[in-house]
Design a protein around this ligand. Structure first.
Ligand code: C5P
Length: 229
């Protein structure tokens, strides 16, 4: 049974304030896509890697991925993205090889994600037969607010988890959840949960944070400049 990883890299990156699509923005000399693929190809066990890229950058994405796939072996596909993250994941699901039984979905924007987190998600999906997402405890207090900014109520943060990617699922659950989807949700686990399948949390990694704003990019640059101990 094979593991496939769908890397979604087709976003525009408007919030990053860059003219390049987000996955092609450089971070200390290498693009977010190069860095996130380094971590995917560093996994123990990724037999099919599917890169979902902007329509007009397929060749560039293929060159970046092929260079990294070389040593790792396995199957590589590069497909054009859709108008939403969810549509982009769906394009990736369409090219899964028949012998794949576990699927990870990963944001290229989480460029510093360690390979070990990806391996931990695969192991947990295999052990549980359910969906698995990495999550971190919240440190801030959380408020529910109305559109004018008036605080309605506090939310107990002990009941919450800030979830990251890669998110992993038994193939049949993820495919069924996408087939049943009736609205756009912001992550894959939300669709799988809505379809009635179990999903559990494993400890996330602070390095798997999503690079969304210029501040995030700065934080990533600083982390790369600081040798880990
Ligand atoms: O926009 P957001 O931060 O949710 O994007 C998360 C990931 O989904 C990014 O890696 C982005 O490239 C990808 N994405 C995509 N296709 C879209 C929108 C986002 O592949 N249409």
């Amino acid at each position: 049974p094979l593991v496939a990883v769908i890397v979604v890299a087709a976003g525009s990156g408007t919030r990053l304030g860059h003219e390049l699509p987000k996955a092609f923005v450089p971070l200390s000399g290498r693009t977010l896509l190069e860095r996130s693929l380094d971590s995917v190809f560093g996994m123990r066990d990724a037999s099919q890697v599917i890169v979902v890229a902007p329509e007009d950058r397929l060749d560039e994405a293929r060159a970046i991925a092929t260079e990294r796939a070389g040593a790792a072996g396995g199957y590589l596909d590069v497909v054009p993205g859709g108008n939403s993250r969810q549509a982009s994941v769906e394009r990736g699901l369409a090219v899964l090889r028949p012998d794949v039984d576990t699927v990870l979905v990963h944001d290229a924007a989480r460029a510093l994600t360690p390979s070990t987190l990806c391996d931990a998600v695969v192991a947990a999906v295999r052990a549980s037969g359910a969906g698995v997402v990495p999550g971190l405890d919240l440190v801030d207090s959380i408020k529910r607010v109305d559109p004018r900014g008036t605080v309605l109520a506090g939310v107990d943060r002990r009941e919450l988890s800030a979830v990251q990617t890669p998110q992993g699922f038994p193939r049949r659950m993820l495919v069924a959840a996408f087939a049943a989807a009736t609205e756009e949700l912001t992550d894959d686990a939300a669709l799988v949960t809505a379809a009635g399948f179990p999903v559990s949390i494993i400890p996330g990694d602070p390095l798997a944070f999503k690079i969304t704003t210029p501040w995030d990019l700065r934080r990533a640059e600083l982390l790369l400049a600081t040798p880990a101990d």
